[in-house]
Design a protein around this ligand. Structure first.
Ligand code: SF4
Length: 118
């Protein structure tokens, strides 16, 4: 049996989860106060995902970016590299897609803030 402990990050309460995976593949989550915690605990054990937030300096100013769907934790740094590599030839507005389907993840990098240089 594998046993891991996580703090659920699906809401500010932050329940302490205990996630057990048995030899037959069954996963049991305890410590959660709602079904979202069970889902989070199972995902965190089997395929942890994260929303990426970052900023990028461009000649038009600084833009804030985030993934619109959480991506596999192991892809985090590769996605940051894709954001860094992308050449910016225009200004962006909040809500624009900066990179569509980044690295085939089905997640788009979207603009969440625009801070123009003065
Ligand atoms: S288990 Fe439910 S109540 Fe507890 S932190 Fe997660 S989302 Fe919030």
């Amino acid at each position: 049996m594998i046993e891991k402990r996580f703090t659920c990050i699906r809401c500010p309460i932050g329940c302490n989860l205990v996630v057990k995976k048995y030899a037959d593949g069954k996963i049991v989550v305890s410590g959660n106060n709602c079904p979202r915690g069970e889902e989070y605990g199972k995902q965190e054990l089997t395929e942890p995902r994260r929303t990426i937030t970052t900023i990028k300096q461009t000649k038009f100013g600084t833009i804030s970016l985030k993934t619109d769907i959480a991506v596999k934790k192991e892809q985090y740094f590769d996605i940051l590299k894709e954001i860094e590599k992308k050449k910016v030839t225009k200004s962006y507005q909040i809500g624009d897609v900066f990179i569509k389907n980044v690295l085939g993840t089905k997640s788009n990098i979207v603009v969440t803030g625009v801070h123009e240089e003065k």
